[in-house]
Write a protein that binds this ligand. Structure first.
Ligand code: CA
Length: 225
């Protein structure tokens, strides 16, 4: 598996390369945005690890440009914890995952393997439940024609539920798939985010698509509520 790492901090880039090579990846480096974009376009990579703050062209723009060209290579964004950008924006531009610096190479490799398993499949068509729609390609969510702004976590939660509209999905399943976590102490995070989501997709529209199924989990009404 060949991975492109776009990171302008040369020592970090070299360390990431060593770390990923130790995990069995073949790694190429780019140290600025334009080179990263060029290589990502031409290189046939299985995944791209993309820093956000890059000279020449930000990681956001690289990501946005690739997606605009319908290049669906899996992209994992790296960013400093207190960067001036919100990681959320990266996911909204079509990145697949992100990690905050500092991170462990073992975790990075595990995340990459997860992305590689998913592969660079074209983004599917718009998901819909009644007048509620989510476009995984453009990352736009609409209700009755009104665009709704969601955080990446809210978006991921809604996407997962929409793909299983009408079915009951347990909190543990959501935690595992949306949070990439098996830590059941975080189960209340699912409730918190379900609440956030309701306040955006249901409450302002006087609807009730996101239903709590007591003792079982959540169900997104297939008719949009
Ligand atoms: Ca940087």
């Amino acid at each position: 598996m060949r991975v492109l790492v776009v990171e302008d901090e040369q020592r970090l880039a070299a360390a990431v390369r060593r770390g990923l090579q130790a995990e069995g990846f073949a790694v190429d480096l780019a140290h600025n945005g334009p080179d990263g974009l060029h290589l990502a376009r031409e290189g046939g990579y299985d995944a791209v690890v993309l820093d956000l703050m890059l000279p020449g062209l930000s990681g956001y723009r690289v990501c946005q440009q690739l997606r605009a060209e319908e290049n669906w290579v899996p992209i994992l964004i790296l960013s400093a914890k207190d960067g001036e950008y919100d990681l959320a924006d990266g996911l909204d531009l079509g990145a697949d995952d992100y990690l905050t610096k500092p991170f462990s190479y073992v975790v990075l490799a595990a995340r990459l393997r997860a992305l590689l398993r998913r592969g660079a499949a074209p983004r599917p068509a718009v998901l819909q439940a009644g007048d509620l729609s989510l476009d995984p390609g453009t990352r736009q969510v609409r209700r009755a024609g009104t665009e709704i702004s969601l955080t990446p976590r809210e978006f991921a939660l809604l996407e997962y539920l929409l793909r299983r509209a009408g079915q009951v999905v347990s909190k543990a399943t959501l935690l595992e798939h949306v949070w990439d976590s098996f830590d059941t102490t975080e189960l209340n995070a699912v409730e918190v985010y379900a609440g956030y989501l309701r306040r955006k997709i249901d409450v302002p529209f006087g609807r009730a698509a996101l239903q709590t199924v007591r003792g079982a989990g959540y169900r997104l009404a297939a008719d949009g509520g």
